[in-house]
Design a protein around this ligand. Structure first.
Ligand SMILES: Nc1nc2c(c(=O)[nH]1)N[C@H]1C(S)=C(S)[C@@H](COP(=O)(O)OP(=O)(O)OC[C@H]3O[C@@H](n4cnc5c(N)ncnc54)[C@H](O)[C@@H]3O)O[C@H]1N2
Ligand code: MOO
Length: 442
């Protein structure tokens, strides 16, 4: 297991080099001042709200589609789920035993009895009993079901060994719902349980909001797609990570392309910004103001509207969100910084709220956990720190520098550390990673 917060002088030096060590900021020091790079950084909570609002506005015009039941998993219902049948659709035995009519003892009807799936069994005469299976249709005029362990057969007669109440162990037709009852409102997430309920209620197809389509553009000349880093080149760590991560966030990833830092790459980026079929273009790298950082110039040239241009969060402060395409198109670009953990920070800060709202999903439920050990803070900016969730605590992990994935790969969640840091035991907002608690069916 990866140990907690920096312990050795070398680790502390690393954090200091990253300007992450807690200092007392000047009185009134807000969240916008520390992010450099010429950006007007938005406070972290505000950036998330802006992304959610942008997605909500565009999502309000979203398409709907009819899909076979299984294909609706992870999408959101565009119409209420009304029962197409009573459930149960007939009076049903809740137990294996005997259907009886009137008070006992009863005369046993000869034959194999009534099994699940049998159509209309013959009605019972008063004083008659017939063997019945769980889930089988109750014969007309049955007054109760007696469990097999609560009675005994003697000759052709059946005797109960305890009092029998009228209606016992019978699930009456419509007990769960009547045909036409609202089972779930529009806007509900289609989970495996919803698929089961929809099938039980008679559905073969669902009307849902399609997943938002995402195109991923990975910028950078220094990236290798295989083998070991060499000659100043490094492995592209973002392509393997972003597609599946965005899928877990509810997106349909329609493609991942690598673009060079040359004019051809900038032109391809411009074409994607202006004509991509995706609802959201996600770029990585090129967000800073280096000589080959194309994202800002391309967005300017395309007349995009910068909704978020830098966020007061570490890592990831150069992240951005822009409205792209023509008026009313409702398309967006999320610019993730190239440093891999900074890109993760951008995913959780901008891409997730945007995609959830575009898909019609509710914002993620908020919760906190007590942090184990003091956590250094940035003087002005929020920090997102990979943590392990133990029974009671969030345990910060090492290797949480902007260029590192080692911490987050071992983590369950990111903890939101306010400016100035947190004391041991302090409650911090926790952002679960999509696979935490095994909850990643989308
Ligand atoms: N003068 C300044 N320079 C930088 C600032 C600043 O404020 N002023 N911010 C730094 C921060 S913080 C970050 S984060 C990066 C953001 O840079 P970009 O988004 O422009 O990304 P690149 O320069 O293209 O790459 C940064 C870094 O990440 C590596 N990288 C990029 N793509 C990948 C990938 N697919 N897989 C693995 N690693 C990747 C790249 O090689 C660089 O090392 O800017 C700082 N600079
Ligand atoms: O904060 Mo950067 O965004 O160092 O990775």
């Amino acid at each position: 297991m990866t140990p907690a917060t920096p312990a050795t002088p070398a680790e502390q030096a690393l954090d200091e080099a990253l300007a992450l060590v807690s200092r007392t900021p000047p009185e009134g020091g807000g969240s916008g001042g520390g992010s450099g790079g010429g950006h007007r950084a938005a406070a972290w909570p505000r950036a998330r709200d802006t992304a959610a609002r942008a997605g909500g506005a565009a999502g309000a015009r979203a398409r709907t589609h009819r899909v076979p039941l299984a294909d609706g998993l992870g999408e959101v219902l565009a119409e209420p789920l009304d029962a197409l049948t009573d459930l149960p659709s007939f009076d049903t035995s809740a137990m294996d035993g005997w259907a009886v009519a009137g008070p006992g003892p009863w005369n046993v009807r000869a034959g194999e009895g009534v099994l699940a799936g049998s159509d209309r069994p013959a009605p019972l005469a008063d004083g008659e009993a017939v063997r019945i299976a769980t889930g089988a249709r109750i014969p007309a005029d049955t007054t109760a079901v007696v469990r097999s362990e609560h009675c005994r057969e003697s000759g052709s007669q059946l005797f109960a060994d305890r009092p029998v109440l009228t209606g016992q162990d019978i699930r009456p037709r419509g007990q769960e719902c009547r045909s036409g009852d609202l089972l779930l409102p529009a806007g509900s997430l289609v989970t495996p349980a919803v698929l089961g309920l929809a099938a039980a209620a008679g559905y073969d197809e669902l009307t849902t909001r399609p997943r938002p389509r995402v195109e991923i553009l990975v910028l950078g000349d220094e990236l290798l797609t295989e083998g070991l880093p060499k000659d100043g080149l490094i492995r592209d760590a973002l392509s393997p990570m972003l597609g599946p991560w965005l899928t877990r966030l509810g997106a349909e990833v329609i493609g991942t392309r690598r673009l060079g830092d040359d004019p051809a790459g900038a032109e391809a980026l411009f074409q994607a910004v202006t004509t991509s079929a995706a609802d959201v273009v996600v770029t990585t790298g090129g967000t800073a103001s280096g000589p080959v950082d194309h994202v800002h110039p391309v967005l300017r040239r395309a007349g995009a509207e910068l909704l978020v241009d830098g966020v007061a969060v570490r890592p990831g402060h150069p992240m951005l969100l822009a409205g792209i395409g023509g008026p009313g198109e409702g398309r967006h670009l999320v610019g993730l910084p190239g440093n891999p953990l900074a890109a993760v920070s951008g995913l959780l800060t901008l891409a997730e709220p945007l995609l959830r709202a575009l898909a019609g999903r509710r914002p993620r439920p908020r919760y906190t956990a007590a942090v184990q050990g003091d956590v250094p803070g940035h003087p002005h900016d929020t920090r997102l720190v990979p943590v392990l969730l133990t029974g009671e605590h969030a345990q910060p992990l090492r290797y949480n520098g902007p260029a590192m994935l080692r911490g987050v790969a071992a983590a369950d969640a990111l903890a939101v550390v306010p400016p100035h840091g947190a004391r041991s035991g302090q409650e911090l907002e926790i952002l679960d990673l999509p696979w935490a608690s095994g909850g990643c069916f989308t």
